[in-house]
Design a protein around this ligand. Structure first.
Ligand SMILES: [Zn+2]
Ligand SMILES: [Zn+2]
Ligand SMILES: [Zn+2]
Length: 129
């Protein structure tokens, strides 16, 4: 594994929230350029070391967010539209439902994304909601 790839993987493993490509490129800017970050994330995902999903939010636009597979892997998330933090909703709770869809429709499911958006508790308090 190249140095850059290791650094990217370490950065993903050291965080509890999904991290956007932009954010990772910023964190690793002393170390490698954004194109290298992007290319290596692609590699890590292709080799099942990382997982990602696309989320659109008012502050950051449309971004791909990555997690290390060794860490959280596929999780469900809540994204606060005010402070833009992710709240972990835990591991997948749809395994049973997926199996049902597969037998009902005859297809094979490889992946899915689950996230909720809204306003978190502390932002609600701050905003007086
Ligand atoms: Zn919030
Ligand atoms: Zn956001
Ligand atoms: Zn899931």
């Amino acid at each position: 594994m190249t140095k850059a790839r290791k650094a990217i993987l370490r950065a993903l493993e050291n965080t509890t929230e999904p991290t956007s490509v932009t954010e990772l490129a910023k964190q690793l800017s002393d170390f490698c350029d954004p194109a290298t970050v992007y290319r290596n994330l692609h590699y890590l995902e292709k080799n099942s070391l990382a997982t990602s999903f696309v989320l659109h939010c008012s502050e950051h636009g449309t971004e791909r967010y990555y997690s290390a597979k060794a860490g959280k892997g596929h999780h469900h998330w809540f994204h606060c539209e005010s402070c833009h933090r992710f709240i972990d909703l835990g591991g997948c709770f749809y395994t049973e439902q997926m199996r049902q869809f597969e037998s009902e429709h005859g297809f094979t499911i490889h992946d899915h994304t689950f996230y909720l958006t809204g306003v978190c508790q502390s932002c609600k308090e701050e905003l007086g909601l």
